[in-house]
Write a protein that binds this ligand. Structure first.
Ligand code: ADP
Ligand code: NA
Length: 327
């Protein structure tokens, strides 16, 4: 389609945190108006690379659907769907896997990280970048919003588009990365690390469903330093700078403006201001998630319709792939 097609996926890990929202989902919402064709997938096939509780997975999928809708994903403008409901993802993944050499996979940074941590890891834990490539190429996507940490995985998708096109004739466009302009949100307890759902410290991460009291407590406990003035200098003052980042992003102002509004405040007083900005931003989202969680039939209907529309796009592409491969 003229103007391009956007694809992105998020794992159903339950309710997103503030870093996911400011670093990815807010950007997803904006892209709905900028591109004629947009697909967002809850990538549940990626969630079973490690042992998974089926009941929890099922409820996490619905929680993620509710969260995406509450954050502003509009199923009229974006195709919102659950990856496993479109079987073509798995099928294309196998075909692309057969075009991927082991050294190419081993070259990816995630491989090294995971082989250090999980000696007994599943095959899927190592080959999921191929599935990611299939997710993207299945729709002939041209633009993929990614975090910096995922750029090398997108490069695999680009490589596989080229490899397939060379072997079987031009079919896939080479997708390009859309990097989010938002700075990484850091852990509130350790501002040298990013805010992450895998952080065991509950005080380090703000969930988008946190109550105003929880948010106030977490921001109050956020690590700062011994200087009371508010300045933005991520290198030497990562803690207070993270608060400025969060303030600026949630209040939709620039970093300079955020520092300006903090003039004359010490960091303790500034934390109250940051709390207000976060609470104001998250309150409508939190309320909408609660409402949607109570309407499971609606969530399932949105996902069913999304899967139907995704399959309509995927089926002819996979048909063409099969024919080229010789099936
Ligand atoms: P997590 O690190 O919590 O496991 P994911 O890796 O699942 O989060 O990331 C989902 C999306 O959210 C990605 O696009 C990623 O770049 C973005 N993201 C995750 N954590 C942050 C953060 N702390 N700040 C900004 N963006 C983030
Ligand atoms: Na992660």
């Amino acid at each position: 389609p003229g103007g391009g097609r956007v694809f992105s996926g998020i794992q159903p890990t339950g309710v997103p945190h503030l870093g996911n929202y400011l670093g990815a989902l807010e950007n997803w919402v904006g892209l709905q108006n900028q591109y004629p064709s947009v697909l967002y997938s809850i990538v549940d096939l990626h969630s079973i690379t490690q042992p998974q509780d089926p009941a929890l997975l099922r409820s996490n999928i619905l929680d993620m659907a509710a969260s995406l809708l509450a954050c502003g994903i509009d199923p009229e403008r974006a195709i919102l769907f659950q990856q496993s409901q479109v079987s073509q993802h798995a099928e294309l993944s196998w075909i692309l896997g057969c075009l991927t050499s082991m050294p190419r996979l081993r070259h990816l940074p995630q491989w090294k990280m995971k082989s250090k941590v999980k000696k007994e890891g599943s095959v899927g834990l190592y080959t999921y970048p191929v599935l990611q490539a299939a997710d993207i190429l299945l729709y002939k996507s041209t633009h993929v919003p990614v975090g910096e940490d995922q750029v090398q995985h997108l490069e695999l998708a680009q490589d596989l588009a080229r490899v397939f096109n060379n072997r079987y004739g031009d079919l896939f466009p080479e997708p390009s990365a859309l990097l989010s302009s938002t700075r990484k949100v850091k852990s509130l307890r350790d501002p040298s690390a990013k805010m992450s759902k895998s952080d065991p410290q509950t005080m380090a991460t703000i969930a988008i469903t946190d109550s105003p009291d929880d948010i106030a407590l977490k921001v109050r406990r956020a690590v700062t330093d011994f200087t009371s003035e508010v300045t933005f200098d991520p290198e030497t003052r990562p803690g207070v700078s993270n608060l400025v980042t969060i303030h600026a992003a949630t209040a939709a102002i620039g970093v300079e403006e955020a520092v300006c509004r903090a003039r004359g405040m010490d960091t303790a007083a500034y934390k109250t201001l940051v709390t207000e900005a976060v609470v104001q931003r998250l309150t409508p989202i939190r309320e909408e998630i609660r409402r949607l969680r109570g309407d499971r039939a609606h969530l399932e209907a949105v996902l069913a319709r999304g899967a139907l529309r995704a399959r309509e796009l995927a089926a002819p592409v996979l048909q063409e792939v099969r024919q080229r491969v010789g099936f």
